[in-house]
Design a protein around this ligand. Structure first.
Ligand code: SAM
Length: 240
């Protein structure tokens, strides 16, 4: 039988390794998915690749899985971060989910001058990232950082990491990354209200920031995040 259910665990994985399952994982596997003892799951932990495991114990409050065979090596995404201004809850959830699927290595919500939300539930967004990794076959779960202020983030930024600034004022210009150097990058996407004049002045003056158009139309922030990640991955990432 092919194991299809994937679970991210916080435990080392290797041949014969026993992996304890949490109450939430037991509820999902045995209650929701109706898996029982001897059933199979795929496990990953962000370090040891993906392993097929057999359920050795199935209980209401927990369980035990035993690793049998490695089914995929550990794969890290390219060194690409997504820096984005949170929008409404459902769209912010969407951005995090799609960032994981599209191969962002780290996710950094930022408060900009025109950001509507002053708070995010970092733990909830991290759980979304984990679930997205389980669904899409990734073996790495990007860290979702807590909300930071854009100006403070820029002040402590390591200039070795270039910033691809999705700049709505360039809508209509050619959307291209031709000639861009590989290496660590971050994509920056603004909120519904776009970037303020002072943010634009600051970003325009930074030599490690590359402004980019995402085509002739103004995209919603969640669409813009997906488009920018796609553009970067196709030009410099692991889609090439
Ligand atoms: N209120 C802004 C306006 O009317 O110009 C639009 C903001 S847009 C909804 C949200 C974010 O998506 C922008 O800050 C930018 O980062 C990105 N974005 C949307 N369309 C874009 C485009 N065509 N080119 C570059 N970035 C874009």
């Amino acid at each position: 039988m092919t194991a299809k259910i994937r679970l991210c665990v916080d435990h080392p994985l290797g041949t014969g390794q026993s992996v304890p399952l949490t109450e939430a994982q037991a509820h999902y596997l045995f209650g929701v998915m109706r898996l029982g003892a001897e059933g199979q799951v795929l496990l990953f932990n962000g370090r040891d690749g993906e392993w097929r495991a057999r359920i050795a114990q199935a209980g209401k409050r927990g369980g035990l899985a035993e690793c049998e065979e490695q089914t995929a090596p550990q794969r890290m995404p390219p060194d690409l971060w997504l820096v984005f201004a949170p929008v409404k809850k459902a769209r912010t959830d969407f951005i995090v989910e799609k960032a994981v699927e599209l191969g962002a290595a780290r996710i950094l919500p930022v408060q900009t001058d025109f950001t509507n939300s002053e708070r995010i539930r970092q733990d909830r967004l991290q759980a979304h990232a984990l679930e997205a990794a389980e669904q899409c076959g990734a073996t790495h779960v990007p860290v979702v950082e807590d909300l930071a202020q854009l100006d403070k983030l820029l002040a402590r930024w390591d200039e070795g990491r270039r910033i691809l600034w999705a700049d709505e004022s360039r809508a209509g210009a050619a959307a291209t990354l031709a000639g861009a150097a590989p290496g660590p990058w971050a994509i920056l996407v603004g909120p519904e209200g776009g970037f303020s004049p002072s943010e634009r002045a600051r970003l325009s003056g930074l030599s490690h920031v590359t402004p980019i158009s995402l085509g002739p139309r103004i995209l919603r922030a969640d669409t813009a995040a997906c488009a920018a990640l796609t553009l970067w991955q196709a030009a410099l990432g692991d889609w090439t």
